[in-house]
Design a protein around this ligand. Sequence first.
Ligand code: ARG
Ligand code: ZN
Length: 429
Amino acid sequence: MKALLIFFVLMNLDKLLKPAHCAEIQDQVLSITPKTQEQVDILKNVSTQYETALWQPVSPHYIKEDTQVHLFVPANSSETVKDLLKRHAITHEVLLANPNELIEMQTRNDSTDPRSSSTFYERYHSLEDIYIWINRTQQDNPDTVKVILIGSSFEKRPLYVLKLSVNNRPNKKAMWIDCGIHAREWISPAFCLWFVQYSLSFYQSNKDITNILDNMDVYILPVLNPDGYHYTWTTNRMWRKNRSTNMSTKCIGVDLNRNFDANWCTEGASDQPCTEIYCGAFPESEPETQAVADFLRSHKDIVQIYFSIHSYSQMLLFPYSCTLEEAENHSELLEMVKEAAGQIHRYYRNIYKYGPGANTIYLAPGGSDDWAYKLGIKYSFTFELQDRGRYGFLLPPSHISDACNEALLAVKTIALKVVEKTQAPTTPA
Ligand code: ARG
Ligand code: ZN
């Protein structure tokens, strides 16, 4: 009997040694809705004091009563954080019980698996693979695709823009799309790749993309923040900013979408290097920002439309985000995003909010869309792609095609409107 008992103990030693609630000790994403001001304050504290990553809102500053907070809690802080929530009677739901499994799904390379039916564009790709893809896309389409080096990142990675151009019409206008300004928003670079592939495949067969490409060139920057993107693949999946360092602080990174010269570093950005919305030392302090700004400045007379692609929350935004004032052509822009959102709903049954950034989400100065708008690009947009928090930044690869197709529909809807407006016969004076 005794021997049997010893045998049993030995067999289950691993289980007996681990804490009873071992199933809970792993990374998780929690959804927490504070109900009182006290709970708001506790949550703000939790998200700054502990080793957590705030998914939504972008900064603790915006945490408010009766609004969901999405918080990534790594295993080593799990117990402390949950105890704190419990002690203050703050209830939470587990949004993602096993984010690591989703991360594994997002990074798995199943291109060699014959059972996998997903295409290249229905998977996420490392920075290295994206560079290879850029090269190959140019080589395979020498007449339509040019690669332009517009600068390099803080860690000296090249910033390549693809130029799609199907003809050499004089006075041709252009559209700009950038992706991956925020490192962890992986669906964004996936969209840029998707857009290029779609354009190359369906020019001449889809009438809308044909009309658009006949009338304008497209400049596409697939990864605006390559250092950050690389870092999310190798080290920290939740990273948002670039990877620049500064003598005056040990904290790394500037929020590139707070670094443009549009009411720079006013309310909605932070001058604290350790925050997620750090605006940098001065406007365009970052090489990534400067490269984009320089390119757009030197092409401002031809670029008519500016798109910046983010995730998540499903929104079609236009200026301003840096002030509550209305843009000069507010009603025109509102009309466009309204129609785009309507199309998405009609074809994909999915809901996108729309409106000026500051009113629709929050004040966010120093953004690229506002800067481009002030430069004179009157059709300027920021899209927040899928989803609305089910998977957040960890959107599974199986959702890439829907997420990209609906965003593509919005881009096409808006671009067509602009083509139409520009082509409209001018009324005689
Ligand atoms: N969610 C993004 C951010 O926090 C975009 C917010 C809109 N701001 C803007 N400038 N478009 O940077
Ligand atoms: Zn973003």
